[in-house]
Write a protein that binds this ligand. Structure first.
Ligand code: FE2
Ligand code: FE2
Length: 304
């Protein structure tokens, strides 16, 4: 029996986060790393909504029941991730950092540039759908990479990073590791062309680097506590934070490129499902949501 068949079907887990206690610089004294990771809250709400939008259109192309069930589970998980990151934005606004000028651009990118376009049913529409399915597989290579990284980034704990933010990142990261094969398996099932894989990887990678550095610069320039040039973002700082273990290293990121472009690539070779599931079983936000769901039942039983 393959490893995949032995796994339970994917399901979305409810979570509940309380942001009131999370400081603006949730990695104490390190606004640069805080904001580099904060870019996730700018990109993921629109990005993951877009995944869901595209995948709903590809469902009729799936001829394998197990894969269909996984894609439906994936859709549920990504919808929940998108919402959880979206809920951080009002908290940033309350702390004087309004992300709207940046998120408006990201929304335009996913809804208009990467949207359905006005294509008639037929070859062109199908080409554009397959292009987007391959793009999602490439992005999921990086969400799994980051998920695996954050589950193992002990330096964040040592620096006293806010436990609620760490839980959001690790709950999300663990589900990314858990479902890391779905997007690639779907791409192989409906198309799988190697040239398409390379082309969409290049586009996705270039866009991610571009959007990320712009996002960090946006946050650093608009952080109300950083004045007089202290809010600069630099490549040198990025490299240094990688060496300290609070961001991924450039070496690890560079090595992930040939892995994705190798013809032997499969996401099951990346990260540990066992580690991901162990985190999900103990995630404070998942346990809080579970307790909240069970609370009315307990109260009802107590009253009876
Ligand atoms: Fe996600
Ligand atoms: Fe994902």
């Amino acid at each position: 029996m393959s490893n995949k068949q032995a796994q339970a079907p994917l399901k979305a887990r409810k979570v509940s986060f309380a942001w009131e206690e999370t400081p603006l610089h949730w990695i104490p004294g390190d606004p640069f790393t805080t904001h580099t990771i904060n870019v996730l809250h700018l990109l993921l709400p629109a990005g993951e909504r877009w995944f869901v939008h595209v995948y709903k259109q590809v469902l009729p192309y799936i001829k394998d029941e197990r894969l269909r069930a996984d894609v439906i589970g994936f859709i549920g998980q990504e919808a929940m991730h998108s919402q959880a990151h979206d809920e951080v934005l009002p908290h940033l606004r309350e702390q004087g950092l309004d992300p709207t000028p940046y998120t408006a651009q990201v929304d335009w990118l996913f809804e208009k540039l990467l949207g359905d376009r006005t294509l008639p049913p037929g070859k062109a529409r199908e080409w554009w759908l397959m292009e987007r399915v391959a793009t999602i597989a490439a992005i999921e290579h990086y969400t799994a990479f980051l998920g695996n990284w954050v589950l193992n980034a002990d330096a964040l704990d040592r620096r006293g990073a806010d436990p609620t933010m760490l839980d959001l990142l690790r709950w999300h990261g663990a589900e990314e590791v858990e479902h890391r094969s779905v997007a690639f398996d779907l791409f192989l099932h409906v198309d799988g062309g190697y040239r398409r894989r390379v082309r969409t990887w290049a586009a996705a990678f270039g866009a991610l680097v571009f959007l990320w550095q712009r996002g960090v610069r946006f946050f650093m320039a608009n952080d109300p506590t950083l004045v007089g040039g202290s809010g600069k973002a630099s490549v040198r700082e990025f490299l240094a934070k990688g060496r300290e273990g609070v961001l991924p290293t450039t070496g690890a990121m560079a090595r992930s490129i040939p892995r994705y472009l190798s013809r032997a690539y499969h996401p099951s070779q990346e990260g540990s499902t066992r580690q991901a599931l162990a985190y999900l079983a103990a995630s404070p936000a998942a346990l809080a949501a579970e307790a909240r769901e069970q609370a009315p039942e307990v109260r009802a039983k107590g009253a009876a």
